[in-house]
Design a binder for this molecule. Structure first.
Ligand SMILES: [Zn+2]
Length: 372
């Protein structure tokens, strides 16, 4: 199985396709559940599958510290270790080094840092990040880049993006090709159109199997993010998948799909599930709220997940108030199912050329939250 992407239909800039990988096919647009440390938090692998998820994400930073990439390899790779035979995308570790690790020092060679767990020193280079992701047996390897801070001046963003471009070249050279496996480059350039263009052009030269758009959803706001997508997405090859990193809310997803994005990941649905919040067709609910104490209705009557077909809002409210672990488990199941349903609905709508109407109807439903 060659790693490839079939573009099956478009509606405006929105795209529906299928990603083919060594570990199975992924219908797009798709949302990747975040499996930080070899687990999607609060979920068994079967529970993740039950949400309709086809691909999950693993974090290089967490796994390289514990249990270590070499140990994951000895255990048969990440797929085997976490009972997920399907596709796995791993990030490069760079983003979390910058957000979690201590005493970071960035040079042209790479980044030196101390583990947030026990203070051990590490040196992460593009070559080492590719080696780690290879040991993890990642279906989709991400290049090591520097996620440009926000806000950044044009000069700062340019210097950061150009170093990321040099690292992308080193990452490409260090990547070990395998049948059905791929590597994605990451477009940077902050909110500057000329830098986004320069980055995309340089990465296209390296002919990656897919392209990510990085450095967004870092505080610039939805309007600015969409403006950058309007500029960046058309710079990317039509026949390759496009991944918007770290995004976002259901509304962010709909708007980004409309601008030509195929893949997403975000901790939002899982993290919200652990903090009593539910994404539903009627908007966002906080199940801790007293108004649910006697509410015998399903969380979301239009959802077919285990949480919504078997339990009531009142029970979820009780579980949250009693701090029972089943509460976060059920809400995570629901939230991930909701995100998958949103993407499945988008895909069907794009293939039938009714994507704008689908977005309008979905957004109208979210307005119900106050009444829900
Ligand atoms: Zn549900």
């Amino acid at each position: 199985m060659t790693f490839s992407f079939d573009l099956l239909g478009t509606d405006g800039a929105a795209r529906a396709g299928t990603l083919h990988t060594a570990h199975g096919d992924v219908p797009t647009p798709t949302f990747m559940a975040v499996g930080t440390a070899g687990t999607v938090k609060a979920m068994t692998a079967d529970a993740v599958r039950s949400t309709g998820a086809k691909i999950v994400l693993g974090n290089t930073y967490h796994l390289m510290l514990r249990p270590t990439a070499e140990r994951v390899a000895r255990l048969g790779g990440l797929h085997k270790m976490m009972d997920w035979p399907g596709p796995i995308l791993t990030d490069s570790g760079g983003f979390q080094v910058m957000s979690l690790a201590k005493l970071r020092k960035m040079t042209e060679d790479g980044v030196t840092f101390r583990s947030h767990i026990d203070g051990t020193a590490y040196h992460l280079t593009p070559e080492r990040s590719m080696e780690i992701q290879h040991l993890l047996d990642s279906t989709i390897t991400m290049v090591l880049d520097e996620c440009t801070k926000f806000p950044a001046t044009h000069d700062e963003a340019a210097a950061s993006m150009r170093m990321s471009t040099r690292w992308a070249k080193r990452s490409r050279d260090a990547f070990i090709p395998r049948e059905g496996y791929g590597q994605f480059g990451i477009v940077q350039g902050s909110v500057y159109e000329d830098l986004r263009k320069e980055s995309a052009a340089a990465l296209r030269e390296l002919d990656f199997e897919g392209y990510a758009i990085g450095g967004l959803a870092v505080g610039e706001g939805q309007e600015s993010m969409f403006a950058m997508l309007d500029i960046t997405a058309p710079l990317l090859p039509t026949q390759k998948p496009r991944y918007l990193m770290g995004v976002g809310t259901p509304d962010d997803l709909l708007g980004s799909v409309a601008r030509g994005v195929d893949m997403f990941d975000c901790v939002m649905p899982t993290r919200a599930g652990r903090t009593a919040r539910a994404f539903t067709s009627h908007g966002v609910f906080n199940l801790r709220n007293a108004r649910f104490i006697d509410d015998g209705r399903p969380l979301d009557e239009s959802c077919s997940c285990l949480c919504c077909t078997r339990h009531t809002r009142a029970y979820l409210h009780h579980l949250i108030r009693a701090e029972e672990i089943l509460g976060p488990m059920l809400l995570t199941t629901h939230n991930l199912t909701y995100y998958q349903s949103l993407m499945q609905g988008a895909r069907a709508a794009i293939l039938e050329n009714r994507y704008a109407a689908y977005c309008e109807k979905t957004r109208a439903g979210w307005e119900d939250a106050k009444n829900g």
